[in-house]
Write a protein that binds this ligand. Structure first.
Ligand code: NAD
Length: 476
């Protein structure tokens, strides 16, 4: 990939002032660099998307579905290159990089199917009033800006791109400066498939480029995934222009383990919920709530499981967990280890960075963390688990809900009536019962409270890129 931006169907070099280093986190060293897009190039990308919109929104749902199937197929054909790139740039172990690729493929396949069903969404509306007919027409929102983070680059972009293109929108995608190469594959695929120029544009860059896009007055909508801090800036610029915004933000999610749970299964779910992607998941279940009756059996086994986790380079087949993806994230997690020491937290495992050249940290468990602790309340975005004990179901629900976030939760119990009852009481967007981090394209993704606005995936993901029009006719 010699050029790093895809604008109006052409590959171009960045003309911005900032240089982006692309790093290998296992070595802590750069392996590529590129120049960011300038504000003028963001302008050109939005103009190209605007110019492509009239023709693209008039393509048949079948044509758009065919392009989406093409994306799915082409991702599959690039499997080894994309898996390797995610291992190298994100630090993901191979099996995790493969899951991401399969998720992106499934997303394009799913929205191809939904695109085919679009004509059926335009239907007559029965009216109680006589003398009128009415019909619904679902139209694309228009030109959409898509800004994404670095933790699941292929996936997060697929969750936005596929429904936006299915709905008939044209887009400008800005990947994260930490992982700017992965999503260029979507531009290459657009080239291969002969997607009309301007339907998909990709501009790489840092905050400056993101701000140039989110402030641009040529957009009809912005969909953002990332931190709460940047999310609120993006929301302010959307407010200034009175245009819609979807926000997928942070989380501080709970995993609730009840007394009747199978201890070994619970340990597996807890470890996966905090160590997958080295804990760099908005949906990490980083608050463990464990019932009094099982805590003494569970905590030592959890401690052993975390101690036995093999942390290493993703290139080693043996690594269960790779490094953190960026130096900034590594320093941030190290900062939380220091805070934990200042707060006097009881550390059962880890609590330190690893001296290996790359950006590695050890899986970490703090026990009996006070509810006022910063580590209990703030999103850390690393493999750092905080545990508290509870006595009753009501207490567990109250503690899980006592958060400014509301993204996900996991409930572990063999009492299925209780599981469903607790799931209903949790103030989050997605609950897993006796499973962990299982996201299916048919279900929704998104949070309540400070975790965001709107939903991705499923039909809800598509409707985020649709505008509802009604045509009402007087028969008289
Ligand atoms: P971030 O907010 O720093 O960056 C996200 C994107 O915004 C990047 O592309 C970045 O370049 C861009 N950006 C930065 N400043 C900007 C500005 N002023 N205007 C416009 N764009 C700007 O987040 P991150 O560090 O890349 O990702 C980690 C965060 O993302 C965590 O908080 C995590 O919880 C969240 N996240 C949420 C979900 C979800 O689905 N809810 C999924 C993944 C990550």
């Amino acid at each position: 990939m010699t050029t790093s931006h895809y604008i109006a169907g052409r590959w171009v070099d960045g003309q911005g002032s900032e240089c982006i280093s692309v790093n290998d986190p296992a070595l802590g060293q750069p392996f590529a660099e590129l120049m960011a897009a300038s504000a003028e190039q963001v302008d050109q990308a939005v103009a190209a998307a605007r110019a492509a919109l009239p023709a693209w929104k008039c393509t048949s749902a079948g044509e758009r579905a065919a392009y989406l199937r093409g994306f799915a197929e082409q991702l599959g054909q690039r499997r080894e290159a994309l898996v390797t790139l995610q291992m190298r740039n994100n630090g993901k172990p191979r099996h995790e990089a493969e899951v991401d690729l399969d998720d992106a493929i499934a997303t394009f396949g799913y929205y191809a199917e939904l695109a085919e069903q679009l004509p059926g969404q335009n239907r007559d509306v029965p009216l109680a009033a006589p003398g009128f007919t009415a019909r619904t027409r679902l139209e694309p929102v228009g030109v959409v800006g898509l800004i994404v983070p670095w933790n699941f680059p292929l996936v997060t972009s697929a969750w936005k791109l596929a429904p936006a293109l299915a709905a008939g929108c044209t887009v400008v995608l800005k990947p994260s400066e930490v992982t700017p190469l992965c999503e260029l594959a979507y531009g290459q695929i657009a080239d291969t498939l002969g997607l009309p120029a301007g339907v998909l544009n990709i501009v790489n860059g840092k905050a400056e480029t993101g701000a140039a896009l989110s402030n641009h007055n040529g957009l009809d909508k912005l969909s953002f995934t990332g931190s709460n801090n940047v999310g609120s800036q993006v929301m302010r610029s959307a407010a200034a222009q009175c245009r819609p915004v979807t926000l997928e933000l942070g989380g501080k999610s709970a995993i609730l383990v009840f007394d009747d749970c199978d201890v070994d299964a619970a340990v597996q779910w807890i470890v996966a919920g905090i160590c997958w992607n080295a804990g760099q998941m908005c949906s990490a279940t980083s608050r463990l709530l464990v019932q009094d009756g099982i805590a003494d059996a569970l905590l030592p086994r959890l401690q052993a499981a975390l101690e036995n986790l093999r942390v290493g380079s993703p290139l080693s087949e043996e690594a269960d967990m790779g490094p953190l993806t960026s130096q900034a994230q590594w320093l941030r997690v190290a900062g939380y280890f220091a805070t934990a020491r200042e707060e006097g937290l009881q550390c059962l495992v880890g609590g330190k960075v690893l001296d290996r050249g790359g950006w590695f940290v050890s899986p970490t468990l703090y026990a009996d963390v006070p509810e006022g602790s910063r580590l209990w309340n703030e999103e850390i975005f690393g493999p750092v688990l905080c545990a508290r004990r509870f006595a009753s179901e009501q207490q567990a629900i109250a503690e899980a809900n006592d958060s400014r976030f509301g993204l996900v939760a996991t409930v572990c119990t063999t009492d299925l009536a209780r599981a469903e009852r607790v799931a209903d009481a949790l103030e989050v967007g997605h609950v897993w019962i006796n499973s962990v981090q299982a996201v299916f394209v048919e279900t929704s993704w998104g949070g309540t409270k400070g975790s965001g606005i709107g939903r991705e995936l499923g039909p809800w993901g598509l409707s985020g890129y649709q505008s509802v029009k009604h045509v009402t006719r007087c028969l008289g």
